[in-house]
Ligand binder design. Sequence first.
Ligand code: 5GP
Ligand code: ZN
Length: 114
Amino acid sequence: MTDCIFCKIVEKKIPSNIVYEDELAIGFADVSPQAPVHILVIPRKHIPTILDISEEDSMLMGHLIEVCKKIARDKGIAKTGFRIITNCNPEGGQVVYHVHLHVLGGRQLHGPFG
Ligand code: 5GP
Ligand code: ZN
């Protein structure tokens, strides 16, 4: 999708600090980190929100979780603990409409919202 900032990151049309990539997904550092480790894991495919995930994308979403786990281990936050967050639509706090999982860790996260 041409006007989607995360599609541009996937296509490497805008720079990002990519920490993981494979044929289905990429992981890159959030530009405004809310914790010492704050990585965004996204599908290469443009899907606006989690409401738009179809049954055929179930495997893809499972894969994204596996990528989050790998990144948590690689970043050394798996054992200490981390959080995976996805926001949906305005009141859910979604700003970028390309599905993404926030992987947050490296400090004590407080309350349900970190
Ligand atoms: P949302 O609020 O949609 O769940 O989260 C969007 C996230 O994307 C925010 O944490 C924001 O800091 C991050 N973000 C927005 N634009 C860019 C960008 O151009 N590059 C990177 N690396 N992160 C971005
Ligand atoms: Zn996109």
